[in-house]
Ligand binder design. Structure first.
Ligand SMILES: Cc1ncc(COP(=O)(O)O)c(C=O)c1O
Length: 483
């Protein structure tokens, strides 16, 4: 491997020894070679890699082979794509995790995004968005506009709600696309859903709430921990194929419920119109609050849109949105649309938490929304994710027809239910031994038992990596004793 001692421009060459008789795909060999060089320090942080065309020509492979290898390493966090079209070694290396055994997976007991895929040949870990597709050029145009035009007083301390330009731009977008009834005065900008739920739990607890209901299973490990810390009881409401089972809410004696009604996490169900109306009636009867986590509604492939619940009862529903799925989780941009009577308290909690989110980011996002760049970005990304989802479903149909995919019409992940004779934990552990990262549904259950299922995050994987992952899973399942 040639040493790359400069980060001033693309390198010309890189030693990669390809074994064409090894039976290992060439892109995998390139990936493994670059990964190893980064790990052992031969390629240091910031080093430039040759353009894909140059490397491909130098090794007698097609450019697509090199592109695929680079893309996989970008997804794993080893490489970053730079504007100008060249690729560099990332500033920091993904943490070493050579142990691809079951211990690596048991550590991942929460749905919170797993930062990188490490130690696996293929990782279906949930919670990643394809950040290599971040619309850098359009974002930069908005940053420039903001820096050139924002009035000075926007750079001073703000109140806890954020900048007015973003409140207006979010209302325009959400009312148009999500069917909310949002007004600028009720929007609070926060650092993603993670902070939004923190602020809401603090406010509800201070106002005397005693118990919060969560979907079971749900991703809300954060909410569980935060509610406990705030002295609230947590109760799980069972989820069926169409989302949360509303009749169980009546028995829960809760002051608030957290729902993912447009695409239940993780099972993918959509709460029906009747169930939504029933939840709203419950909230009105009890004076309770519905917290609507609308985390991935923008990605919808083959079903008609389902509007946000907030539009049905803006006085009882807090709408929570995030840019983590649509743009990048690293932006830490989220928003709440709260009933009027909660807004001041939520804004005060935000001030206490961090004095407000970055003004430049907020103004940039407002400009980006206003120019229609957000819509354009989503239009570009939907077919990308759809192709990855289709590749996943095709591979499952071919190699694992006994698994039952669910909630496939939207989002960036799919759950597949296991036949009753397959033990979920055993499958997850066997998959890890074969180099496949995947999570089961079990760790996300509140009350414990339920059918076994696997969660496939597919957003950052190429179609060939998805096919390879399912082939690994099929081997693991054969080993465990299933079909
Ligand atoms: C159900 C659910 N809601 C929201 C989010 C987004 O969280 P945040 O906005 O804090 O990044 C995630 C992230 O994976 C999620 O799984």
């Amino acid at each position: 491997m040639g040493r790359s001692g400069t980060n001033s421009g693309p390198a010309e060459d890189l030693l990669i020894e390809l074994d064409r008789d090894a039976g290992v795909p060439l892109h995998r060999q390139i990936e493994a070679s670059i990964r190893a060089s980064i790990r052992d320090g031969r390629l240091r942080a910031g080093a430039s890699l040759p353009p894909t065309r140059t490397l491909a020509a130098g090794h007698g492979v097609s450019r697509g082979v090199v592109v695929e290898a680079y893309q996989q390493l970008v997804a794993e966090g080893y490489l970053v794509s730079r504007s100008g079209g060249y690729t560099q070694v990332a500033a920091s290396m993904p943490p070493a995790d050579a142990d691809a055994g079951s211990a690596a997976l048991t550590a991942v007991s929460t749905a919170q995004p797993v930062a990188r895929s490490v130690g696996f040949k293929v990782d279906f870990g949930y919670g990643r968005t394809d950040v290599s597709q971040f619309p850098r050029a359009a974002w930069l145009r908005s940053v420039r506009t903001v820096l050139a035009t924002a009035p000075n007083d926007r750079f001073a301390y703000l109140d806890g709600r954020g900048v007015p330009e973003l409140h207006q731009a979010l209302c325009d977008y959400l009312n148009r696309v999500r069917g909310t009834l949002a007004v600028p005065g009720n929007v609070v900008v926060c650092n993603g859903y993670g902070q939004g739920i923190l602020l809401l739990i603090q406010v509800l607890a201070r106002r005397g709430a005693r118990r919060i209901a969560l979907e079971d299973p749900s991703s809300d490990d954060d909410a569980r921990v935060l509610a406990g810390a705030a002295g609230l009881d947590v109760v799980g409401i069972p989820v069926g194929p169409d989302g949360v089972q509303v009749d169980a809410l009546d028995l829960a004696d809760a002051d608030a419920v957290v729902l993912t009604p447009s695409h239940q996490w993780p099972t993918g169900g959509v709460l029906s119109a009747e169930a939504r109306a029933e939840v709203i009636r419950w909230a009105r009867r009890r004076g309770a609050i519905v917290i609507e986590d609308d985390y991935d509604a923008e990605y919808r492939y083959d079903r008609s849109p389902v509007g946000a619940m907030q539009g049905l009862a803006p006085d009882h529903v807090v709408y929570c949105g995030t840019a983590s799925k649509t743009l990048a989780p690293g932006l830490r941009l989220g928003w709440l649309v709260a009933p009027a009577h909660l807004v001041a308290d939520v804004a005060a909690a935000k001030v206490l938490a961090d004095r407000g989110s970055s003004v430049i980011d907020q103004l940039t996002f407002a400009d980006f929304l206003g120019r229609g760049e957000f819509d354009r970005h989503l239009r570009r990304m939907r077919p990308v994710y759809r192709r990855r989802r289709d590749a996943l479903l095709d591979a499952l149909r071919t190699h694992l027809p006994d698994l039952r995919p669910a909630g496939i019409a939207a989002g960036q992940h799919v759950v597949a239910w296991l036949p009753p004779d397959l033990d979920e934990a055993a499958v997850v552990a066997a998959a890890a031994r074969h180099g496949l990262g995947i999570q089961g549904v079990g760790p996300f259950r509140i009350a414990g038992a339920g059918p076994g299922g696997l969660i496939f995050g597919y957003a950052t994987l190429s179609e060939s990596a998805i096919a390879e992952g399912i082939a690994l899973l099929a081997t693991a399942i054969r080993e465990v004793g299933g079909s």
